[in-house]
Design a protein around this ligand. Structure first.
Ligand code: ATP
Ligand code: MG
Ligand code: MG
Length: 408
């Protein structure tokens, strides 16, 4: 096989680190653009990493000079520079310009960065989304809130169009009495309003997208749907298979997610977050153009093609064409380790992963090498069972309780 391309990644957090774990197995060289000591750089001491911010144009160009293809572990990057690098190229001296492909494409990353435009795009493609409207800025903001209340009723969601993650950038408006507080805390941001979705479940589906060298879609491959639990707007747990969700709805979610990802460009893995409504219908919440918290469980549940391996294999265009992505386990539960009030609040949970044992459950601890801050994702635990007769939720209950205790 020809020499594998060197992959440059914007961001060096936990997603990059889990990508690096797979890159090492595949013999792929990964260079990160992030601060020294980042989670990726703790386990990959390549001297060609670029130190700095993934928003800094000069640093992104420097990374591009040193690699053959660029990817991201976070969508909040500078897409102007990525466009320039992919279409015009980066100056490598002597007037030579080197074009470096970006996967997924910079156009897709740009579209996804603006959650309002992202969903308008899906709507045009016939994908079900929650009704939404732009919120005007400045003096007109209050009138927009009133209009949203009239259009959507209460409560409705006020959301930042850009830069949001882990629910930071969301504000639930319960009634006109919340308008003033919303202006105080969100008034300077570019906002949109969204109809509240009284969902019975939240699902997520990871999708692999493959493309030929000309940028033509080859295929999409969806992992099964998982149930995601959000508490205080942050993902805390993931269940495979989803609990109390019919196989039919699960398959519909899988199909819908593939349809969504067919409307964007580039190679890689994508997460499609969805709401299940009372009548079983599905509404797409948002897409992430990268490995995702809801796909961590694939490291152990789909070991032959975890979401991280898939990101690399898709970029390298070596995904087996008829791959099914069927988990090898009967059930899996992922529990996030979130920082608590104290620096060591999560220690009892981590200790439990060393003492809890059951013949019917395997427990895998993943720590990211990050310092603890309240609600910060600093690690996760995946519990799996191969036996269809086992109640994994019951076996993993001590882990779930210990994780919940951190948030008390
Ligand atoms: P992420 O970390 O997933 O990127 P985010 O900051 O982009 O999060 P969203 O995914 O938009 O935020 O929302 C976070 C959570 O808030 C959702 O998973 C859901 O639980 C709740 N939520 C968001 N929008 C709505 C809505 N329209 N109706 C009801 N609940 C919602
Ligand atoms: Mg988001
Ligand atoms: Mg989300």
């Amino acid at each position: 096989m020809a020499k594998k391309p060197v992959i440059g990644i914007l961001g060096g957090g936990q997603l990059g680190r889990m990508l690096q774990e797979q890159a090492a197995l595949l013999g792929v060289e990964l260079l990160a653009l992030d601060e020294a000591g980042s989670p990726v750089r703790q386990i990959n001491q390549n001297d060609k990493h670029v130190t700095g911010s993934f928003r800094d144009p000069e640093k992104i160009r420097e990374l591009a000079k040193r690699c053959d293809v660029l990817t991201v572990e976070i969508e909040h990057v500078n897409t102007q520079v990525l466009e320039e690098i992919a279409t015009v190229g980066v100056d490598v001296g002597d007037g030579q310009m080197k074009k470096v492909p970006v996967h997924p494409s910079w156009e897709t990353i740009r579209l996804i960065q603006d959650k309002y435009l992202q969903k308008e795009h899906f709507k045009k493609a016939g994908i079900p989304i929650a009704p939404q409207m732009v919120v005007e800025s400045g003096d007109a903001m209050l009138a927009s809130f009133q209009e949203a209340g009239k259009n959507f009723g209460f409560p409705f969601m006020l959301k930042s169009r850009k830069e949001s993650y882990d629910g930071r950038g969301n504000f639930k408006i319960n009634g006109p009495e919340d308008f003033e507080g919303a202006i105080q805390s969100m008034g300077k941001l570019s906002l949109y309003a969204e109809k509240f979705q009284p969902f019975t479940k939240e699902l997520a589906v990871m999708v692999i997208r493959t493309e030929d060298d000309a940028g033509k879609l080859r295929d999409t491959y969806a992992y099964p749907a998982v149930e995601t639990i959000h508490e205080d707007s942050i993902c805390t747990k993931v269940f495979y298979p989803p609990r109390q969700v019919s196989a039919k709805v699960g398959e519909e979610a899988r199909k819908l997610a593939s349809d969504v990802i067919k409307t964007v460009n580039g190679r890689g893995v994508f997460a499609v977050e969805m709401f299940v409504l009372e009548d079983g219908s599905l509404v797409v919440n948002e897409v992430a153009p990268r490995p995702h918290n809801s796909g961590h469980y694939t490291i152990e549940a789909v070991p032959y093609m975890s979401q991280y391996r898939a990101q690399l294999c898709s970029i390298l265009d070596i995904i087996p064409p008829s791959i099914k992505l069927q988990p090898r386990v009967s059930s899996a539960i992922m529990v996030n380790i979130l920082g608590g009030a104290k620096e060591d609040s999560h220690d009892p949970l981590v200790d439990l992963t060393h003492s809890l044992y059951d013949d019917n459950m395997d427990i895998f601890l993943h720590l990211y090498g990050k310092s603890s801050k309240p609600s910060r994702k600093i690690g996760h635990i995946t519990a799996i069972s191969y036996s269809p007769d086992v109640n994994l939720e019951q076996l993993a209950a001590p882990l779930i309780k210990a994780a919940d205790d951190i948030r008390q």
